[in-house]
Design a protein around this ligand. Structure first.
Ligand code: SAH
Length: 257
């Protein structure tokens, strides 16, 4: 048998991507939340263009497709997710307006002022909130909108266990007021922020024990897979313990610079 030699890093990334490929969403989110955020966006027409960055398999992209008449382009680094998005678009008969491409959010292949709206749920942390806001602004028309979710502290102070966990996992995690200040600083008028209800996380975590069991069965004895699942479980455990201190927040801004 011919085994393709994979580096540990490649293998780790592949199992992570595979783990998340079997759900509608690859992060906490729901159609209701996407629609609520969309309700703050004004002036979209059938001539408008939307980019959905870090779109995953396109759960929220389909909601945008079904509730606007815009052209939508989803971008994700993972080709399996993008293929799934394109299949979903076909199934919903949205393929003429909704398409996915494989690319990197750090070097997007777009033109300046190409979009009326940039969307990104549960993904901007991959480039960092402030850097994403800064880098992506040029792709928006003047007066165009940006709508992103970001993991956020709810309180000024936190117990050390959760502070340390997120400080290590995502050092840019911060309070709503500091994130809004970053929006202002990077050239956006803050239009709205709202806290994503915790049920979005609890629903997301509730799916996981079953996914984890079949995943561990498939990768029995594989240390990377086991460590990955242990980390997922720890993250979920911390969430139930400390959900009063942090969660996802939707940030909606309008380009003014
Ligand atoms: N928006 C989707 C997926 C969120 S998970 C949802 O809410 O369900 C984050 C996504 O970002 C994953 O699909 C991952 O493949 C993608 N991603 C990570 N780094 C990326 C990068 N540098 N460029 C583009 N996409 C990236």
């Amino acid at each position: 048998m011919n085994h393709k030699k994979e580096t540990i890093w490649e293998f780790d990334l592949n199992i992570i991507l595979e783990y998340f490929s079997n759900t509608d969403r690859q992060g906490p989110g729901s159609p209701d939340i996407t629609l609520k955020a969309l309700s703050f966006i004004e002036g979209l027409t059938e001539k408008s263009k939307i980019a959905d960055i870090g779109c995953g398999t396109g759960g929220q992209t389909m909601v945008l497709g079904q509730n606007t008449s815009c052209d939508i382009i989803g971008v994700d680094l993972c080709s399996d997710y993008v293929n799934q998005l394109n299949k979903n678009a076909q199934n919903k008969n949205l393929q003429d307006r909704v398409k996915g491409i494989v690319d990197n959010m750090k070097e997007l292949p777009f033109q300046e002022e190409e979009f009326d709206l940039i969307w990104s749920e549960g993904a901007i942390y991959n480039i960092g909130f402030e850097r994403g806001l800064n880098n992506w602004r040029k792709f928006l028309k003047q007066g165009g909108y940006l709508a992103v979710t970001e993991n956020t502290w709810f309180t000024e102070e936190r117990p050390a266990e959760i502070q340390d966990f997120w400080q290590k996992a995502y050092p840019e995690i911060d309070t709503i007021s500091n994130k809004v200040a970053q929006m202002q600083k990077t050239g956006y008028l803050p239009i709205a922020t709202f806290v994503v209800p915790e049920t979005v996380w609890t629903d997301y975590y509730a799916l996981q024990p079953q996914m984890q069991a079949s995943f561990l069965e498939k990768y029995k004895g594989n240390r990377s897979a086991e460590q990955f699942i242990a980390y997922q479980r720890y993250e979920a455990e911390l969430f139930y313990k400390y959900k009063a201190y942090y969660g996802y927040v939707f940030y909606i801004g309008k380009r003014i610079k």
